[in-house]
Design a protein around this ligand. Structure first.
Ligand SMILES: Cc1cc2nc3c(=O)[nH]c(=O)nc-3n(C[C@H](O)[C@H](O)[C@H](O)COP(=O)(O)O)c2cc1C
Length: 313
């Protein structure tokens, strides 16, 4: 999730869930081509299985980015066909590409021919007034013909004018049934659903219809949710205590600090770890107020645990 997640976040989430597939935020193919590709694509080996999400619509540029990402070791390459932001639309990619399935197919075909890992697509169920089931099927069929076997579908349309990206994640209603119908009609495809999943039971119900559930905001705001999911779906897995997760993060934080990374860049992803627990606000407040200070060390994390303990006691 752009501006929210990064490699530090994925490292942290992996501690909570050994088997979830983790996705990068969208990285544009142009940024990989013109920018610091090694920095943009960097990840820790513990993050596997990890998927890079690419933004773009030029088959050649997308292919170059895919090759680079595959060289870095990503397990899957996902094309963003769901982002409605103006910036992305002006670049002619993201959700507006749902209206150009042939272009997405061309990207998919070229990328798949150049890399050994799967090339997949994340889309919406429709855009603007193109929100019929038939429209979604046409899109999926065209892209599947180009070799894409896995679709992650955010179960709401995107309105490309008039709504902010944030509103486009809440205002158009969720329509899970349309995604379930897609899976029923194209059972040979791997269909994953996304949008609004915040509890383990809802995920379990969805899995009766589709092959996977992608979690966005809840995984960030209440990361322990991933441990609860892992416990339900991975027999034998015992969710670690939240404090044990903090303890496991500390060596990583120390190592990153030693490499010149700022403490807040790591701790910001940990703010929600104690969501719903006694002292959660004290933990969040202490980290928010202290971790950005210059020279802040990993001791701040211990301080936040203490602050939480005092309130919770
Ligand atoms: C801050 C933020 C950034 C996001 N960035 C991306 C992105 O880079 N790529 C993407 O496919 N979806 C992005 N999304 C959308 C989420 O992946 C997801 O589709 C959406 O939030 C609905 O799922 P949820 O209800 O589980 O959050 C973003 C969402 C948020 C809140």
């Amino acid at each position: 999730m752009m501006d929210w997640t990064d490699r530090h976040c994925r490292y942290f989430l992996r501690l909570l869930s050994p088997s979830a597939e983790l996705y990068t935020e969208m990285v544009t193919a142009a940024a990989i081509h013109h920018g610091d590709a090694a920095r943009l694509l960097r990840f820790d080996p513990s993050e596997h299985p990890v998927v890079v999400q690419l933004g773009g619509s030029e088959p050649e540029l997308m292919t170059r980015a895919a090759v680079r990402a595959a060289e870095e070791g990503y397990d899957e390459i996902n094309i963003n066909v769901g982002c409605p932001s103006d910036r992305v639309q002006s670049g002619q990619f993201g959700a507006c590409l749902m209206a150009e399935p042939e272009r997405v197919a061309a990207c998919c075909r070229a990328m798949s021919a150049a890399v050994d890992v799967p090339v997949t697509v994340k889309s919406r169920i429709g855009i603007d007034d193109q929100d019929s089931y038939e429209f979604l099927c046409r899109f999926v069929e065209t892209v599947a013909d180009a070799g894409c076997r896995k679709f992650i579908v955010h179960a709401r349309i995107a309105l490309l004018e008039g709504l902010s990206p944030k509103e486009n994640r809440s205002v158009p209603p969720l329509d899970y049934e349309r995604v379930y119908r897609l899976k029923a009609d194209y059972s040979e495809l791997d269909v994953h659903i996304n949008g609004g999943f915040c509890d383990v039971d809802s995920v379990e119900s969805a899995l009766e219809h589709v092959d996977g559930v992608m979690i966005g905001r809840e995984a960030y705001q209440n990361p322990y949710f991933l441990a609860e999911l892992e416990e339900r779906f991975n027999p034998g897995f015992v969710a670690p205590e939240r404090r044990a997760i903090v303890a496991k993060m500390l060596p990583y934080i120390e190592a990153e600090l030693a490499n010149g990374e700022a403490l807040k860049r790591m701790t910001r992803h940990m703010l929600g770890l104690f969501a719903g627990q006694p002292g959660a606000r004290a933990w969040r407040r202490y980290l928010s107020e202290q971790a950005h200070k210059s020279g802040a060390t990993a001791d701040i994390v211990a301080g936040a645990l203490n602050a939480m303990q005092q309130v919770a006691a």
